[in-house]
Design a protein around this ligand. Structure first.
Ligand code: C2O
Ligand code: CU
Length: 579
């Protein structure tokens, strides 16, 4: 069983246990004896069964089980100790066990709420609030259902409840020690930029574009979705003038995966102000990285990218030879882009397909009709990629894969989620059952270039209640906090930094660090044994633990976030910051 399914199973069992105790208590109060006994017995078994899932999760990593061991287990134990024996003695008057059964229900439910609303790390505040909730609910139930508790008992319950409530609330709403990210830092550009050799102007504006015969409202660069494809040869100096015609919420250009100097990174509020209607901003940087990249707005990026403010950036080592095409996949107003193209290619021609995922969720790409190699991922060439046949690749949000092959005589087709997007002729292969490539085991390995880590950070991804904003929200969290309350990862120039990224949630989080590529060390404790993988975007699936490392060689304040952009917008955004 994967950790992801363990997390889900544990949640389901906890819900069943809570429902069983509460249902047992309610039916006992209604004197429905057989039903009450049945439900309570079921709840008892479910509560005990959680011991198994909690232990299994703890073995997968403390992050997955911390609050379950520290808060849920004691509360469940209390539930079993209070309700269990009374249940076994099952008195004639079943109504007399209603309060103990309901108490068990409150205890198990509040433990569940701690997991769902708070998660990792377990905090004293959350534990105390859970206890307060149980005490309050039990006290009320007792009053309603009688027999009236003795004065000492009710005073004790009241005192426990009030004390837990006051302390818990105090701890929970105490201002977060997390400093915001200071914006007044200046990181002088140490990399000099020569005279521009390529100049482009991108004008952002609202428009209507035609997709598969339908007129679709979009936000576009130069009136087209995707925006103009920017190409350069390594060593070029790019100068891109961004103008905003009428995007009220502002625009910027972020060079996704391109490790530009910080001042050119295009993150509003961090590296520049958003460019408002009528304004412009000039980006200038040297094309010193070869490969497949893309650009997109980082201002309300959740909406802006979805509406069409993105385009391709390709830097080649030399002018392209053979067939070299980019396939930037996107979903615009529910319609898939690009529209299918078919162009015959002469047999023997070298072909490079640059696959780009500009959406917020993973896409599955399958190349039929030829064997191929994955030559590069996220712009970085792989070592010793071997030929693949009938194998799909899963590209995370923001990620890029370059597939290369020599055109065969028969037609070839690229399918994205089962839809033919690019082909050289008719191909009718079913690709749905193909296995997916695991890049961690693909290609030839070489030793990890880091022997020590100067800084280590754990990033635990989850959901949780965020009370620090104007309105409470159910945020996507990192280490129990949501942007802007997540402490930045502070490093020094030259540090070798290790991130351990843990997904405790039930959804995929495509992780993306700006300004650096990270080397994958391991996933779920198993070392990466294929070609060194230097990534800027990778899917951390539910229950997965990724270890990645990089050298801090690009000073600045860098966004470090989930590239499922609605998640980033809902709190899952942190920053890497140089001292
Ligand atoms: Cu492609 Cu911060 O993003
Ligand atoms: Cu996410």
């Amino acid at each position: 069983m994967t950790s992801g399914s363990l997390i889900a199973a544990d949640l389901v069992i906890a819900v069943l246990a809570a429902a069983g105790w509460l249902g047992g208590g309610a039916t006992a109060a209604a004197r429905r004896r057989p039903l009450a006994l049945g439900l309570a017995t079921f709840a008892l078994v479910a509560t005990l069964a959680r011991a198994i899932t909690i232990v299994a999760l703890a073995r997968a990593g403390w992050w997955f089980a911390a609050e379950k061991i520290l808060i849920a287990a004691p509360l469940s134990l209390a539930a079993v100790v209070v309700a269990g024996p009374r249940l076994l003695r099952a008195p004639r008057d079943i109504r007399s066990v209603a309060v103990p059964l309901l108490f068990a229900g409150y205890a198990v439910s509040s433990a569940l709420l701690v997991t769902v609303l708070h998660g990792y790390p377990a905090s004293a505040g959350a534990g105390l609030l859970a206890v307060a909730g149980v005490a309050a609910a039990t006290a009320v139930t007792w009053r309603v259902l009688g027999p009236r508790p003795s004065g000492t008992v009710s005073r004790t319950v009241l005192a426990v409840g009030v004390a837990a409530l006051v302390t818990g609330t105090g701890l929970a709403v105490a201002p977060n020690p997390a400093s915001g990210v200071p914006h007044d830092h200046d990181y002088p550009d140490t990399r000099t930029v020569g005279e521009p050799t390529r100049r482009v102007t991108l004008t952002a504006g609202t428009t209507t574009v035609n997709v598969s015969g339908r007129a679709v409202a979009a936000w576009a660069f130069n009136g087209q979705v995707p925006g103009p494809e920017l190409t350069a040869t390594v060593g070029d100096v790019l100068e891109v003038t961004l103008r905003n015609r009428d995007i009220e919420r502002g625009v910027t250009l972020h060079w996704h995966g391109y490790d530009v100097p910080n001042s050119q990174d295009g993150v509003p509020g961090i590296t520049q102000e958003a460019v408002l209607p009528g304004q412009e901003f000039v980006y200038r940087f040297t094309a010193d990285q070869v490969g497949t990249y893309w650009y997109h707005t980082h201002s309300v990026s959740d909406v802006g990218v979805r509406m069409g403010l993105y385009g391709v950036l390709v830097v080649r080592p030399a002018p392209a030879t053979g067939v070299d095409v980019t396939v930037p996949v996107h979903t615009l107003a529910g319609l898939p882009l690009p529209e299918p193209t078919t162009e015959p290619i002469e047999a023997g021609t070298p072909v490079r397909l640059r696959l780009i995922n500009t959406d917020s969720t993973t896409h599955r790409y399958a190349l039929a009709g030829t064997s191929f190699r994955v030559a590069a991922i996220d712009g970085y060439d792989l070592h010793g990629p071997t030929p693949l046949v009938d194998t799909a690749v899963l590209i995370p949000a923001g990620g890029r894969y370059d597939l290369v092959f020599t055109a065969p005589a028969a037609p070839v087709a690229l399918f994205v989620d089962g839809r033919a997007v690019y082909s050289t002729g008719p191909v009718s292969t079913a690709t749905g059952e193909w296995p997916a490539l695991d890049p961690l085991t693909y290609g030839a390995s070489s030793p990890v270039p880091f022997s020590r880590f100067d800084k280590r950070f754990d990033l635990v991804l989850d959901r949780g209640l965020d009370l620090h904003g104007l309105l409470p929200r159910y945020a996507h969290t990192v280490n129990g906090a949501a942007d802007p309350d997540i402490p930045p990862q502070v490093v020094r120039l030259g540090d070798v930094v290790k991130f351990t990224i843990v997904n405790r949630s039930l959804v995929v989080h495509p992780w993306h660090l700006h300004g650096h590529h990270v080397l994958v060390l391991s996933r779920d404790g198993r070392p990466a044994i294929g070609s060194p993988l230097w990534l800027d975007s990778f899917d951390v699936r539910p229950g997965e633990v990724w270890e990645v490392a990089f050298r801090a060689d690009n000073p600045g304040v860098w966004a470090n976030h989930c590239h499922n952009l609605p998640h980033a917008d809902a709190g899952m955004m942190t920053h890497l910051m140089y001292e």
